[in-house]
Design a protein around this ligand. Structure first.
Ligand SMILES: Nc1ncnc2[nH]cnc12
Ligand SMILES: [Zn+2]
Length: 338
């Protein structure tokens, strides 16, 4: 099963590039840029990566992002993630980045997006991996600051596939950003938003109705509202679920309690993703493996989850169909030959 899951073609739709900063690269970049780190060694990092909730994680995640200074740093970060994609049969990835984390420290928007974009182009050419870039607004900052970064991003619009909303959810409901998302829609950028990770089902409703999002990131608290689950199912609104993230951040106390396969069986369009793999114990395959080990996910369920990942992507219809066909071929030939 582990071999099957590793080789199965799949897309990743919920990955924060800053959350793929492995401790080894963090040390390398700190040294390269002559910056201090609060950790003596890799063991100290491992000790620090124990979180009671989302905010515990975010405090460490934003502090670590401070080692990213030059365009080459953003390139190296992104390239390391894309090499992992190649190892794990991720054929397509839709990547979040948090420009405000960097512009607030004096790094230019151009430095960030040019480094990331150059790695994405190299991955297409050298690894055959396609990708799209989604710019996230930090919801703990003001709507005015979100609007400012949207204006700053406008010359780079062609490099963006959409906008998202992340960071501290509780106390920062979707409606805080209604005008920002209206402006993004006028610019032709489709929207997604984190909702229902720590926040209530009401935040999912408001992300759908006010921010007009096409997908919900996380969304696992939808189960607290039966009417909402029915709407998600009827409209096939994708949820980009992140099982290891949810257990590391105590959204679920244990993987055996995770609701992703229940939602899948109810017909909700759920997908499997890694969120911040350097912090939560694994990339997308480790997430699939955890579902197999804790919830006895079947091969048929894994294939359905991978199908959902292609269908829920922002790729043009023709490219989606080509990737779905590759998945079908893989499943059929694996059934025959192992
Ligand atoms: N899981 C998560 N929730 C909200 N914001 C994030 N930024 C990075 N990971 C996040
Ligand atoms: Zn996330």
């Amino acid at each position: 099963m582990i071999d099957f899951l590793t080789k199965m073609p799949k897309a990743e739709l919920h990955l924060h590039i800053e959350g793929s900063l492995e401790p080894e690269l963090m040390f390398e970049l700190a040294q390269r840029n002559n910056l201090p780190l609060p950790y003596a060694d890799l063991e100290a990092v491992r000790q620090a990566y124990q979180f009671g909730n989302l905010q515990d994680f975010l405090d460490i995640y934003y502090a670590s992002a401070a080692v990213l200074i030059t365009e080459q740093d953003f390139y190296d970060l992104t390239w390391a993630y894309l090499k992992k994609c190649a190892e794990q049969s991720v054929l397509h990835s839709e990547i979040f980045f948090d420009p405000q984390t960097h512009t607030q420290r004096g790094i230019s928007f151009a430095t960030v997006i040019n480094g990331i974009s150059r790695a994405l182009a190299d991955a297409k050419a050298q690894l055959g991996i396609s990708s799209l870039l989604i710019m996230c607004f930090l919801r703990h900052l003001s709507a005015e600051e979100a609007m400012q970064i949207l204006v700053e991003a406008s010359p780079y619009k062609a490099q963006l596939a959409g906008v998202g909303l992340d960071s501290s959810e509780l106390g920062h409901p979707p409606e805080k950003f209604t005008e920002v998302f209206e402006m993004a829609a006028e610019m032709g950028l489709p929207a997604v938003a984190h909702a229902g990770e720590e926040g209530p089902a009401e935040y999912i409703w408001n992300a759908l109705n006010l921010l007009k999002v096409r997908r919900i990131d996380h969304g696992v608290r939808c189960v607290e509202d039966a009417e909402l689950v029915a709407v998600l199912k009827e409209k096939q609104i994708p949820l980009t679920v992140c099982p290891l993230s949810n257990t590391k951040l105590k959204v679920f106390q244990d993987m055996s309690e995770h609701n992703i396969l229940d939602l899948l069986e109810q017909g909700v369009n759920v997908t499997v993703n890694s969120d911040d793999p350097a912090y939560f114990g694994g990339y997308v395959n480790e997430n699939f493996i955890a579902l197999f080990e804790a919830l006895s996910m079947s091969r048929a369920q894994a294939v359905k989850l991978a199908q959902n990942s292609f269908k829920a992507s922002f790729l043009p219809q023709q490219e989606k169909q080509a990737l779905l066909a590759r998945l079908d071929d893989f499943a059929a030939s694996y059934a025959l030959h192992g």
